[in-house]
Design a protein around this ligand. Structure first.
Ligand SMILES: [Zn+2]
Length: 293
């Protein structure tokens, strides 16, 4: 498909689905209260203003290497597996971020399957300042290539984005279904979650895409939105990168190379550094970081 670049960012407070009945509202509120632990955490933090600046400082990143275990993700024509590729890139990135004095929490460090609940609870328990999920793309055709960065929405930017999210959500099975658009309660819950950190998620996605497409021979497919359930389940700014198409033999060959993986990790490290500086500035935090590249 052509590099369709639709940047569809919904402003906070708009685009939420209508609540059509009192009973619907009651159900929605019950559902919302059942997941309110995440919001309570935020309120408790806000109420405790004693050392606000150190609490709000950008210092924890959750890295989510996609797939693992029996869920291999995409596989390239010469056999490169997404689950192995993205874990290696995540490790390289973690090493770089460590040098910035940022604490890294990885959803997985080995070849193991994690349920949707496990993945999101690792992130939410860590109270990360950013959640970054790393994946590689695939298509039935060998031709598509390029890098795209996502942030969450219940609606997809385009058909390709919707298919990508469907493929990435597949391994989560039944857990993924609660975020389907045709379930009105899920729609209400989902739009609450997605609006909470929408602006910062969008900002990070743009920074990441900007850095990633600076890499040689990288083609930009743009910043997009789609209902990736892993992004909808975390309570922090969140983004998902597709670092290339494993189904494209040329890109698969590139992604086998350590140098290419280092370039990708460096680009993401730079994007996180830039995001951290803006994040702290917005919250009035002055930080001298050990390594600003
Ligand atoms: Zn994936």
């Amino acid at each position: 498909m052509s590099g369709h670049r639709s940047h569809r960012v919904r402003e906070e407070g708009t685009g939420s689905p209508g609540i059509r009945s009192v009973r619907g509202l009651a159900c929605a509120l019950a559902l919302v209260s059942s997941v309110s632990f995440a919001f309570e955490g935020a309120w408790a933090q806000a109420a405790d203003g004693a050392d606000r600046s150190s609490q709000d400082r950008f210092d924890v990143v959750v890295l989510d290497a996609g797939h693992g275990g029996h869920d291999e993700g995409a596989t390239g024509p010469s056999g490169l597996r997404e689950k192995d590729l993205v874990l290696d890139v995540s490790r390289r990135l973690a090493k770089k971020l460590g040098k910035r004095g940022i604490r890294i929490v990885m959803t997985r460090t080995g070849d193991r399957f994690l349920s949707l609940e496990e993945r999101t609870s690792v992130a939410n328990d860590a109270r990360g300042d950013l959640f970054l999920s790393i994946h590689a793309n695939a298509s039935p055709s060998r031709r598509p290539r390029g890098i795209e960065t996502y942030f969450a929405s219940l609606d997809a930017t385009d058909d390709d984005a919707r298919k990508t999210a469907e493929r990435e959500n597949e391994a989560f099975g039944e857990s993924a279904k609660r975020y389907q658009r045709d379930d009105p309660l899920a729609a209400i819950l989902g739009s609450l979650i997605e609006t909470q950190h929408l602006q910062e998620s969008s900002e990070f996605a743009k920074l990441a895409q900007h850095e990633l497409v600076e890499i040689g021979r990288a083609r930009s497919r743009g910043v997009k939105q789609a209902p990736f359930v892993v992004l909808l389940g975390v309570q922090m700014p969140a983004s998902l990168v597709e670092i290339g198409f494993l189904s494209n033999p040329d890109e698969e060959k590139g992604l086998r190379r350590a140098a290419r993986r280092e370039e990708i990790a460096s680009a993401l490290d730079a994007a996180i550094g830039a995001f951290a500086a803006r994040y702290d500035a917005r919250r009035g935090v002055r930080v001298s970081r050990s390594s600003e590249n």
